[in-house]
Design a protein around this ligand. Structure first.
Ligand code: ATP
Length: 309
């Protein structure tokens, strides 16, 4: 095999709670993460020239070691001791710096792709361990599905997969800085913590309306204080008939869950026309068939969580 093409899917949060802060500044999280079908395409080709070359359809995205997929390839060659050369082409569709783990999923796909291309037969757990060296969300992007993420996001427990649901993603034309949002968060002054257990129970019952009713993200208030438009988008999602709506991660993407494709498309059109927002997507929740294997990732090396300090 000389080349491989993979999908790197985005994630949304169904809940996001901050339960503590460590001495080193990292926050302890408790969140339910859900993979969705909006994806970047990652094409990897072996080259005679050694080393990593990378390009993407966004001219402004870094193509050197500042790109997390580039770093993933370098890490793979270092860990495996393989003297390889690859050209990576990323077609981005996932909005960047949007709370959708776009970079993490590209890194995850790169590790999975190189493992297949070079037939290194690393287990999923080993790849997740490698991924954790690149970022706290990378292990989840390798595991995918519906998971409870704890620690800094790397301790993963598979949950009952969410029934396939329509999701509309709205990425406003501004990006929230993850670092700034966490800096502003006062963990001793969180108004209401998400009812994580209620959502887990709703997942077990396959009750999407109950999931939608209990979605909650403690970062929302902080990001809304910086960008009030997020609250307006949420309001409008409900007016458009969403089952529930929430901001993903530290933002700025807001999503709504919908019962039918028709309702989702209608809401999508509404935001495109009324808000003139370009980045609006209709997608669905995704679950890999193998997502019921118990995956538990323990922190080994110092992970790099951009900005979550
Ligand atoms: P998370 O939800 O994990 O916090 P995010 O969706 O908020 O992630 P990303 O899309 O991963 O954020 O982008 C964050 C930063 O990472 C951007 O400023 C971008 O320049 C940089 N970056 C590096 N590599 C990539 C990549 N392959 N795709 C997107 N962004 C990348």
């Amino acid at each position: 095999m000389n080349s491989i093409i993979l999908k790197g899917r985005a994630k949304i949060n169904l809940t996001l709670d901050v339960v503590g802060k460590r001495d080193n500044g990292y926050h302890d999280l408790k969140m339910i993460m859900q993979t969705v079908n909006l994806y970047d395409t990652i094409y990897i080709r072996k080259t005679k020239v050694l080393g990593v070359r990378l390009k993407s359809n966004y001219s402004w995205l870094p193509t050197n070691e500042k790109n997390i997929a580039y770093k993933a390839a370098e890490l793979f060659f270092k860990e495996s001791g393989i003297d390889g050369g690859v050209a990576i082409e990323i077609t981005k569709r996932i909005p960047v710096a949007a709370g959708l783990a776009g970079g993490s999923t590209d890194a995850a796909a790169t590790l999975v792709g190189l493992n297949r291309l070079y037939e290194t037969h690393y287990s999923k757990e080993k790849l997740m361990e490698m991924g954790l060296q690149l970022g706290a969300d990378v292990p989840f992007c390798i595991a995918r599905g519906t998971m409870l993420a704890e620690g800094i996001g790397e301790e993963l427990t598979p949950l009952t997969p969410m029934p396939t649901t329509y999701v509309v993603l709205v990425k406003p034309p501004f990006s929230a800085s993850t670092a700034a949002v966490y800096k502003e968060l006062d963990i001793n002054n969180i108004k209401e913590h998400p009812k994580t257990d209620v959502v887990i129970q709703a997942l077990e019952e396959g009750n999407v309306q109950e999931i939608a009713n209990n979605m909650s993200n403690v970062l929302e208030d902080v990001t809304i204080s910086m960008y009030p438009e997020i609250a307006k988008i949420k309001e409008e999602f409900m007016q458009q008939g969403a089952m529930g709506t929430m901001m993903s991660g530290s933002g700025s993407t807001v999503f709504g869950l919908f019962e039918t494709e028709e309702a989702a498309q209608k809401a999508c059109k509404y935001f495109k026309v009324n808000h003139d927002i370009r980045e609006v997507y209709v997608t669905t929740t995704y679950s890999p068939s193998s997502s019921n294997t118990k995956l538990h990732q323990n922190r080994k090396k110092g992970p790099r969580r951009r900005g979550v300090k």
